[in-house]
Design a protein around this ligand. Structure first.
Ligand code: DON
Length: 565
């Protein structure tokens, strides 16, 4: 039986007409690969393959990124998407950098108190499940704009592989099967029809997932570009679902969605140049704050995962996340004091009360005084010219709102939960906020996504990012210090277990075994509470090695796969 599936796997994939080598099922998930000229690292072996095929055809890193984004929307429905949004950081071979923000926007009719009941309590289900949880999707516009500015191949070529994967189907992995089984009822309840993700008997690894409606939607995007999503049949299907279930997204909201080119957040750290995402993500600011605050101590000499190093990192994290809650939101609606928050004197001041012996309770740590006028996915790509792309994209949590648009086959995000529904009320990730991140029509919810590119001596050094909600900036931070501070090889830096602190709740969470029992005891003696939690993040990283070769490392926590040649 197994053999038959494997053979069918080969057959199905050759029917797709994808270039050799075919990725047979069970997939070969390359976790650590070194190659001469190009590298693609994504959350799924088939998406990695699509990226590689585009590069082989002469596409550049942006072409590959666009194709990977659409492929992930088919083969990795937990987070890959056309019904969500994301951020893309670009660094050209000459060192020019750029960023596109294709974050979802609140529908025009959204209001500050839309998730509160008559007593003023937050109805969390409404911001997490069903049509009301969805922001206006940004992905297709973001890809369209990125391609228009930097793409080399023709648009339809970049969407086609996704159309074929949706139409002919592909074999799902064990992780996907488990997740689809777990979410079966939430899909049924939150969609107006039975989507392709639901079947009578449980899903098993190797089953074929065929998405005919999604293939039709992809075909419209292939032919009509941006218009194939924001107008015409696709838009009508979205609006239809909204009307059936009292959602807020209108035809006008779709028509008016615009992604935004932003100036990336850039700073120097240890002689390296870090290029990352500015607001509406909090990620870049937090990363700069963490790297700057910890650089005031000789962290490397403390040792990797030592009590002193973890204590220092966690205390910096506590302070950065207090700032996030108070000061960060959509810069088009709220003046985020970026300059102050990243100022080195300000950050030195933030660590003035740092005590190497004792945890500072979060109740005593407030956001700085400013005086100034969990499912997402990441992919990293380097092309043969040395252009690099770092993308984090999301539906928010796993499978977003669990609403599959009837007749269109794609899942809508639940990004509205990233807003602060009420001052001080935690979202899915326990993050709190206030005015800066309050809901308003047309506003983008505050994100933590941190797609990042690092250059050394003017040359590309690392491309890195991860999913993980509020743990994103701390996972990117840990990966960076693991390499450049503690000197770990990239493979170790990515696969090592992680820990995280976000001010509130006031505790360190860690992957089981991340810190030794002794270190945990010593941290507790300093006043920290330490808790185990499920895996943190799925980092996809590429490094340029001293010999010029590219090393791609895909996280072992999922089906992540590196590909290159
Ligand atoms: O934008 C954000 O920060 C969140 N919506 C990201 C969600 C996420 O990473 C979930 N992944 N595990």
């Amino acid at each position: 039986m197994k053999k038959i599936t494997v053979v069918l796997g080969f057959l199905g994939l050759s029917l797709l007409g994808l270039a050799q080598p075919i990725v047979p099922f069970p997939y070969n998930m390359e976790k650590d690969l070194t190659a001469d000229s190009v590298m693609v690292v994504t959350a799924h072996p088939l998406a990695t393959k699509v990226g590689i095929d585009i590069l082989r055809k002469g596409g550049n890193a942006i072409d590959a990124a666009v194709a990977v984004q659409f492929a992930l929307a088919v083969v990795y429905p937990q987070a890959g998407n056309i019904g969500g949004g994301g951020f893309l950081i670009y660094r050209s071979k000459t060192g020019a950098t750029d960023a596109i923000d294709y974050r979802e926007k609140a529908p025009a009719a959204a209001t500050e108190n839309m998730y509160l009941d008559s007593l003023g309590n937050v109805k969390t289900k409404l911001s997490r499940l069903g049509v009301l949880a969805a922001g206006v999707p940004g992905t297709v516009d973001g890809m369209w704009e990125a391609h228009k500015k930097y793409g080399r191949l023709k648009w339809p070529e970049l969407v086609k592989p996704a159309t074929l994967l949706a139409e002919k189907g592909f074999q799902i992995t064990q992780q996907e099967a488990d997740n689809l089984n777990e979410e079966r009822m939430t899909f049924v309840v939150n969609s107006t029809f039975l989507p392709a993700f639901v079947k009578m008997e449980p899903w098993a690894a190797g089953d074929w997932l065929i998405q005919k409606d999604l293939a039709e939607t992809m075909r419209r995007i292939e032919g009509d570009g941006r218009e194939g999503f924001y107008t015409g049949a696709t838009a009508a299907l979205i609006v239809n679902d909204m009307q059936k279930r009292k959602g807020l997204i209108t035809a006008q909201d779709l028509l008016e969605y615009k992604s935004v080119w932003r100036k990336p957040l850039e700073f120097k750290w240890k002689g390296l140049k870090v290029t990352t995402m500015p607001p509406p993500s909090s990620g870049g600011i937090i990363l700069q704050q963490l790297l700057t605050m910890t650089s005031q101590s000789p962290m490397a000499s403390f040792g990797f995962h030592s009590t002193a190093a973890v204590h220092l990192m966690v205390e910096a994290e506590r302070r950065a996340y207090a700032d996030r809650a108070q000061h960060m939101g959509d810069p088009d609606f709220y003046k985020v004091p970026v300059k102050m928050l990243t100022d080195s004197a300000y950050l030195a001041g933030r660590m003035k009360d740092f005590d190497p012996q004792k945890a500072s309770p979060s109740s005593a740590v407030k956001a700085g005084d400013i005086k100034e006028s969990e499912q997402t996915t990441h992919y990293s790509i380097v092309d043969r010219d040395g252009n690099a792309v770092s993308v984090t994209t999301t539906l928010n949590d796993s499978y977003g709102s669990r609403t599959v648009v009837a007749g269109a086959g794609f899942i809508l995000n639940n990004e509205m939960d990233d807003f602060s529904a009420k001052p001080g009320a935690p979202n899915i990730y326990g993050a709190i906020g206030g005015k800066a991140n309050a809901i308003a029509g047309g506003k983008r919810p505050l994100s933590s996504m941190t797609p990042t590119i690092i250059a050394k001596n003017g040359k590309l050094s690392m491309v890195v990012g991860t999913p993980g909600g509020t743990t994103i900036p701390t996972s990117v931070f840990q990966t960076i210090v693991n390499v450049y501070e503690f000197g770990l090889p990239l493979r170790e830096a990515v696969h090592q277990k992680r820990f995280h602190h976000q001010w509130l709740p006031d505790r360190i969470v860690m992957e089981e075994g991340a810190l030794s029992e002794d270190v945990v005891k010593q941290l507790q003696a300093k006043g920290h509470s330490v808790l185990n939690r499920e895996p943190i993040g799925r980092v996809e990283a590429i490094m340029v090695l001293p010999n010029g070769k590219l090393q791609g490392v895909a996280d072992t926590r999922g089906d992540d796969t590196a590909g290159g040649y």
